[in-house]
Design a protein around this ligand. Structure first.
Ligand code: ZN
Length: 438
């Protein structure tokens, strides 16, 4: 297989010799190499260094790489693989690890812009939900849509996300709310996992809302999730994670814990929707069951922050949802200062954030939550990767990781990315060492 030597990288950003989630003040640790080269072998980052070194010919001492380059314009050879080396001039591009979007709902059957207009006209979220809108609206549409159609719609959204720089993604079920429809969603995610070139993680969110038929018999729906859905999901190996929408009017703290523990018995790891609308006990439930992440966290008090301190649970913030719903943002600064591990994700879904643009998520985190550009980028890359269990594979410029990279047009500095928030900075996206050609 051909190796790839990229030279004249303006800034190679997000370098880490050791990969681990970044806690508290470490979130600002950010290493950037000016005027760099990078060698990619078999789709992975093999080595990188400064152009000041003798990068093109002979041995790169200290990085354990031996590249024999050909004459200008002709391919060299890679002594490790015996294959040829192709050279690419990055033209001063800023190269970053691709975004790791650890919270999405991209399998859905239709958009909900009518609700969007209703909200502009003053109809409340609760009124829309009472009219059968919201999650139940998506569930109705999904039940009527064939699996094949759902797959193609979701694949198109996945491609849209990759073109905006996403190089790993988590996708949830939760618009099914019946055994048949939840399994249909999870099979769609399974196919995305098999066919997409990026890492995909699958989350079972059967406990997203109570279907109308179970409104007055909540326990019966939870029994259905636990006793009927989960065994089939385990039997078919359809999910990595279990999620619950822990909010007032949805699932309580104790219901959340019960569902998570049932999922854990089936080999699933909890990731929870917590504290978006209320201080619902979602954070406490997540920490009690050892959740990988608790997500949203728009409404946090000192108790919730204290609860997360000393836990290994990642606090995943979704500022696109707060933006779209005109809600207050999570207290990100206080959370970093308290030593928590913060990740950023898009929450791409048809109701509360119809966008998977992680570039905008990073900008919002800086503009509205006062994270520094370095903190926001780390939260959207390395910590996002750990929030979906792919931290050893992607999320940083580290030897051995997948070459899932964003090539940004030359910019004056890293801060220019969130500063010029409406500009498309991305020139090309690389997945597994190859540039996307769609
Ligand atoms: Zn969500």
């Amino acid at each position: 297989m051909e190796s790839l030597l990229i030279h004249h990288i303006g800034q190679l950003a997000g370098i880490r010799s050791q990969s681990r989630p970044l806690k508290g003040n470490c979130l600002s640790d950010f290493l950037c190499l000016e005027n760099a080269w990078m060698l990619i072998r078999e789709g992975r980052i093999a080595a990188f260094g400064s152009m000041e070194e003798d990068w093109r010919a002979g041995a790169h001492a200290g990085v354990g790489v031996h590249v024999i380059a050909g004459s200008m314009g002709s391919p060299g050879s890679d002594v490790h693989t015996g294959g040829s080396i192709r050279e690419i001039d990055a033209g001063g591009a800023l190269v970053l690890p691709a975004w790791c979007d650890s919270h999405t709902h991209i399998v859905f059957a239709g958009s909900r812009e009518q609700e969007f207009v209703d909200k502009i006209k003053g109809v409340s979220y609760a009124e829309i939900a009472a009219k059968g809108g919201g999650i139940l609206n998506s569930a109705r549409k999904l039940a009527d849509t064939p699996e094949e159609d759902l797959y193609y719609m979701a694949y198109a959204r996945l491609v849209e996300c990759m073109r905006m720089g996403t190089g790993a993604i988590e996708i949830k079920s939760g618009y099914g709310l019946s055994t048949e429809a939840e399994l249909k969603m999870l099979r769609v995610i399974q196919r995305l996992k098999q066919n997409a070139p990026i890492p995909v993680r699958s989350t079972f969110l059967g406990a997203h809302a109570f279907p109308v038929a179970f409104k007055n018999n909540r326990d019966a729906y939870i029994d259905l999730v636990v006793e009927e859905m989960l065994p089939q999901i385990q039997a078919e190996g359809l999910a990595d994670y279990i999620d619950v929408f822990c909010e007032d009017g949805f699932f309580t703290q104790s219901e959340t814990e019960r569902i998570c523990r049932a999922g854990m018995e089936r080999g699933l790891i909890p990731k929870i929707h917590a504290n978006q609308l209320n201080r619902s006990g979602g954070v406490q439930a997540g920490v009690a069951v050892g959740a990988l992440s608790v997500d949203h966290l728009e409404t946090m008090g000192p108790e919730e922050i204290a609860c997360l301190q000393g836990s290994t649970t990642i606090a995943t913030l979704l500022p696109g949802a707060a933006f779209f719903l005109r809600m207050g943002y999570p207290p990100a600064r206080a959370m970093v200062d308290a030593g928590l591990t913060l990740a950023l994700a898009s929450d791409y879904n048809p109701g509360s954030c119809p966008s998977g643009n992680m570039n905008f998520v990073v900008a919002l985190a800086c503009i509205q939550m006062k994270l520094t550009p370095e903190e926001a980028i780390n939260a959207a890359t390395i910590n996002g990767a750990y929030a979906m269990g792919v931290g050893q594979e992607v999320g940083s410029i580290t030897e051995g990781k997948k070459a899932n990279l964003i090539f940004m047009r030359p910019v004056p500095s890293l801060a220019y990315l969130p500063y010029a928030f409406g500009t498309t900075h991305i020139d090309r996206v690389m997945i597994n060492g190859e540039f996307l050609d769609y």
